[in-house]
Design a protein around this ligand. Structure first.
Ligand code: ATP
Ligand code: MG
Length: 241
């Protein structure tokens, strides 16, 4: 089980945002996607998430060629992307944010609120973070809890691959650790995760492998365990080790 990107390119007018990128992510692993500002990380992830159409290249999900013309098509295939702003509605209770667009209803179309609440609470409780009540409005949650409820949403939808674009950038140190441990737990349950980050410490904590983009090209893919910090930094800065 894996997602395989081959030869992905995308230009915006004269700007080659990404060029001829190959990348594979297996179920159950966390891959860090690194690179300087403007290296093409978000563009590549938006292609995988169906939000941006590539000019060239193919996407294979669990052995099947896919071409996504929208994020909802990618979601239906099991690929979800969490953007930095998380797209949670602050006034809504967590449970509604988790089930938004896929509410559980009875055969007459009425919402089964009790069942959604129970299921949402189970998912939140299954992560080893400070528990919170899913009836709380999302706007009252801490940054880390917001991130966790966004992850709960992807779990509730049965996503098999999750893309996180800088999940820890706006969080306090303890919230970061919580989010990173949830990321690891999801991977251990068999979900494939790509995490865009500028923080090498976080990447080292949870990632099995790292892929480094440089000026829109793939500078290298390395196993975390056998790669030095210096090597990663020169791949980011110079595009070669
Ligand atoms: N919608 C767009 N229109 C025009 N140019 C774009 C668009 N999206 C991205 N680009 C350009 O493509 C290149 C790659 O951008 P991208 O956002 O993918 O980089 P990034 O690696 O995510 O950077 P950062 O670390 O700053 O988030 C940049 O030169 C950027 O200006
Ligand atoms: Mg970006």
């Amino acid at each position: 089980m894996s997602v395989v990107l081959r030869g992905i390119s995308k230009s915006y007018g004269p700007v080659k945002a990404i060029e001829n990128i190959d990348l594979k992510v297996e179920a159950g692993e966390v891959v860090g996607l690194l690179g300087d500002n403007g290296a093409g990380k978000s563009t590549l992830m938006k292609v995988l998430a169906g939000a941006v159409m590539p000019d060239t290249g193919t996407i294979e999900v669990d052995g099947e060629l896919c071409s996504f013309s929208s994020s909802s098509e990618a979601r239906d295939t099991g690929i979800a992307m969490l953007y930095q702003d998380l797209a949670l509605f602050d006034d809504m209770p967590v449970v509604h944010n988790i089930f938004l667009g896929r509410e559980i209803t009875n055969r007459f179309g009425f919402l089964k609120y009790g069942e959604m609440r129970k299921r949402a609470q189970e998912i939140v409780n299954s992560f080893s973070v400070r528990p919170f009540d899913v009836r709380t409005p999302s706007g009252h949650l801490s940054g880390g809890q917001r991130q966790v409820s966004a992850l709960a949403r992807t779990t509730a939808f049965g996503s098999r691959y999750i893309i996180l674009d800088e999940p820890t950038s706006a969080l306090s140190p303890s919230a970061r650790d919580e989010v990173l441990s949830v990321v690891r737990e999801l991977a251990d349950k068999g979900i494939g995760i790509i995490m865009v980050s500028h923080d090498l410490g976080h990447v080292r904590k949870v990632c099995d492998r790292v892929a480094i983009l440089h000026l829109g090209g793939m500078a290298g893919v390395r196993d975390m365990a056998t790669t030095s910090q210096d090597e990663i930094i020169s791949l980011i800065v110079q595009g070669h080790a």
